[in-house]
Design a protein around this ligand. Structure first.
Ligand code: PGA
Length: 248
């Protein structure tokens, strides 16, 4: 099952967020795209209303992050159990914006991944190289190291998704070439198979970074790309619907 995930990031007040969720739900209410799972990750403030708006449709709900702690005195944090309680099935962890702007390390990401799985969520673990790392030919080394350290011991491969998101491609309008994406996904698949054996090939590998309705079909045609993590283009219903249609 392919996965197309929309990460709204810190965008959307109630009115526009609900309108966006409803437009996506309406487009697929009659016939959810076969073989494609569609995930919406709104900001935490909109999880409840968006969850209600997409209830009974084929769309699923996810959080953009979760705390590494189960509960307690962590002001402002949202736990994985709170996400599950609102009907989430997924949590994104280790997005590069959290690594860059919130100082999250691989060790933090691994704890978040474990916290998500502990309450039954699937964790979407993000990895990706910077422009400088790519220029130095370090891409495979960097993403494999992130994969190794960000996926916690005891990880359930059935509830793991990995998103390859080159930092330089996020929000930039630039994407790697198809062969470059294929190379990284092959390396990640190798790492997953080494770690999880026969469960490795079944772990979905997403590409993220400047995916649009115009380039989605080409990116999704790359071998070992099992879906997309979409930021900017998930904020406009027609663009996101176009990406979902490209996947189907
Ligand atoms: P973008 O973001 O599609 O706006 O490049 C992708 C992401 O950060 O997940």
């Amino acid at each position: 099952m392919r996965l197309i995930a929309g990460n709204w990031k810190m965008n959307g007040l109630r009115t526009e967020g609900l309108a966006l969720a409803r437009a996506i739900a309406d487009a697929f209410r009659a016939a959810p795209p076969p073989g494609t799972e569609v995930l919406i990750c709104p900001p935490a403030t909109l999880l409840a209303p968006v969850g209600a708006a997409i209830e009974g449709t084929g769309l699923v709900l996810g959080g953009q992050d979760c705390s590494q702690e189960a509960k307690g005195a962590f002001t402002g944090d949202v736990s994985a159990a709170m996400l599950a309680d609102l009907g989430c099935h997924y949590a994104i962890v280790g997005h590069s914006e959290r690594r860059q702007f919130r100082g999250e390390t691989d060790a933090t990401v691994a704890r978040k991944m474990a916290a998500a799985q502990a309450v039954g969520l699937s964790a979407i673990v993000c990895v990706g190289e910077s422009a400088a790392e790519r220029a130095q030919g370090m891409t495979a080394t960097v993403v494999l190291a992130q994969l190794k350290e960000s996926v916690a011991a005891g990880c359930d491969p059935a509830r793991l998704v990995v998103a390859y998101e080159p930092v330089w491609a996020i929000g930039s309008g630039r994407t790697p070439t198809q062969p470059d994406i294929a190379d990284v996904h092959r390396a990640l698949r190798g790492g997953l198979t080494q770690r999880f054996g026969s469960a490795g090939p079944g772990i979905r590998l997403l590409y993220g970074g400047s995916v649009t309705a115009a380039n989605a079909a080409a990116i999704l045609a790359v071998p070992a790309v099992d879906g997309a993590l979409v930021g900017g283009a998930s904020l406009k219903a027609s663009d996101f619907i176009g990406i979902i249609r490209a996947a189907a």
